[in-house]
Ligand binder design. Structure first.
Ligand code: FE
Ligand code: CA
Length: 510
């Protein structure tokens, strides 16, 4: 069974893309290499569909010959493809590095589906995904960030796979563009830092050669947003650490964004306005939870108290400019979109997934020494958002963050420390990267009474479950320098639904 009008449209598009020529064949290629070596993926689920992804590659993950290739996909209700729910044809084009994004609707809610692709005489691995339930009683998600190829193994994904989450949420630093010469490496990029489209594409292809990462994409739908290392460390809109002028940095950023899209299961309908693609979007888990995926890089104001066009994460010491009221982290359009979502919220759980540390993090007793790259560089924007989170429509807000390679649980207030409690922030550590140098955040607990937990020594990820009564999260420590998997729960976080006046309960289990 398939949607014939949809199918016809796809075939017409295919014919248009190919002209009237017969479809090209790469029989010689097909015999020599697996075009599906980068695997398959799914993401951005809805009640009636999701996005399916693959990318065809040549030998050693390189490019195919620059011609359009027909790709057939199948979606089934069973692992053996007896109950076919949908089939169709997409055209993989060289302009998009032969990536394929299939955006599907019209499927049944709350169901597991299996999918696979056929092209060039080969068949992909069978992927598994699911649609969002209409009457969801539970949402289990794994939250991860910061995976540096050279600095650790990605074995944490085996732990995640065993936990069978509904979703994997990646909040940025999916790739690293940068090699750290002074850090001990477990493997090498084998290439210089990417600065153009070929370089960024090759970096993603290298990442997908990791079997644990590929398997996590094959088995679960992902929701992704980026942080800085997908382009260049610490960049802010078009300001950048190298002080490159916009006419130089904008094409580099556009290349990095394009490579990101080409390798991620993101809805192509969001991506039409490149080179300034829209990544912020909402995914709602039935009537249980809303999930807003935020973009905290593309639209942010230039760093305060910095030279023009320069963005570096530095300690700001009594920088008055950071408090200027029109400074923005999300940009006007995203902020308005999020505001509307929060105003209309009716679900018990409001989850905001985004790149950087949200709560204030004072590095000394004055409260005016802070790191510039996180929301502390944009306190007026943070204040506007905490005000929104304080509305009655939002009953349980949880901000999910990454970036700083350490675990944190923060009590979120609107305004001063004595202000209204508006939610909880959970910051996941790096999945695989170096820990921050000791002392980087000062005497955290003495200077920040709203910080409920902090561990700056371990890597890992966060496993979180919400139902109508409560949220339960585990901060799971996994040593990325080891190939074996030894998991330890550093702390658990609990919150009761509707208990907006109560802080989260954190139990340290170290
Ligand atoms: Fe990072
Ligand atoms: Ca980062």
């Amino acid at each position: 069974m398939h949607d014939s009008s949809w199918h016809r449209r796809a075939v017409l598009a295919a014919m248009a893309a190919l002209g009237t020529q017969a479809l090209p064949r790469f029989d010689a290629f097909a015999a020599s290499a697996n075009p599906f070596a980068l695997g398959v993926a799914s993401g951005d689920p809805a009640a009636d569909g999701f996005v399916l992804w693959t990318r065809l590659v040549g030998p050693a993950g390189g490019y195919l010959p620059p011609r359009a290739v027909e790709v057939r996909f199948e979606v089934a209700e069973d692992e053996n493809f007896r109950l076919i729910a949908r089939t169709g044809i997409e055209i993989a084009c060289p302009e998009a590095a032969h990536s394929v994004h299939v955006e599907l609707g019209g499927l049944r809610p709350g169901r597991t589906y299996w999918y696979r692709f056929h092209a060039l005489g080969a068949t992909s691995a069978v992927g598994r995904t699911k649609t969002v339930p209409v009457d969801a009683a539970r949402l289990k998600l794994a939250m991860t960030s910061c995976q540096h190829w050279e600095l650790g193994w990605f074995g944490a994904y085996r732990d995640m796979i065993a936990a069978t989450p509904d979703l994997i949420v990646q909040v940025g630093d999916y790739i690293y563009e940068q090699s750290y010469a002074d850090q001990p490496k477990v493997r090498s990029f084998g290439a210089p830092d990417p600065t153009d489209l070929d370089g960024y594409r090759a970096r993603y292809a290298l990442y997908r050669s990791d079997p644990d990462l590929r398997e996590a994409h094959r088995l679960f739908p992902w929701l992704v947003t980026w942080d800085d290392h997908e382009v260049l460390n610490d960049y802010a809109a078009l300001a950048n650490r190298e002080g490159l002028p916009p006419e130089t940095f904008a094409p580099r950023r556009a290349a990095a964004y394009q490579a990101y899209f080409e390798h991620m299961p993101i809805r192509p309908s969001l991506w039409r306005s490149k080179p300034t693609p829209r990544l912020f979007r909402g995914v709602d888990w039935g009537e249980l939870a809303s999930l807003s995926m935020l973009d905290t890089r593309q639209y942010r104001s230039s760093p305060a108290c910095a030279a023009p066009q320069v963005a570096r994460n530095v300690k700001l010491d009594h920088c008055k400019e950071r408090h200027v009221s029109d400074r923005s982290m999300l940009g006007a359009a995203q902020e308005a979109w999020l505001g509307r979502r929060l105003q209309r919220e009716r679900r018990p759980w409001t989850l905001l997934a985004q790149g950087v540390f949200f709560a204030p993090l004072a590095l000394d007793g004055t409260g005016e020494t802070v790191w510039s790259d996180q929301w502390d560089g944009y306190p007026a924007a943070r204040n506007r958002l905490t005000e929104r989170l304080g509305q009655p429509s939002v009953t349980n807000a949880v901000v999910l963050s990454g970036d700083i390679h350490s675990f944190w649980v923060n009590d979120l207030k609107h305004g001063p420390a004595s202000g209204q409690r508006v939610g909880t922030e959970i910051v996941t550590s790096a999945l695989a990267a170096q820990s921050p140098p000791s002392g980087r955040f000062g005497d955290v607990l003495a200077n920040n009474p709203h910080i409920l937990f902090s561990d700056v020594q371990h890597s890992g990820y966060v496993l979180m479950e919400v139902d109508k009564q409560r949220m339960h999260a585990q901060l799971r420590q996994i040593d990325a320098k080891q190939t074996g998997l030894q998991t330890r729960v550093l702390a658990t976080v609990e919150r009761e639904a509707g208990a907006k006046d109560e802080p989260a309960a954190v139990v340290t289990t170290r």
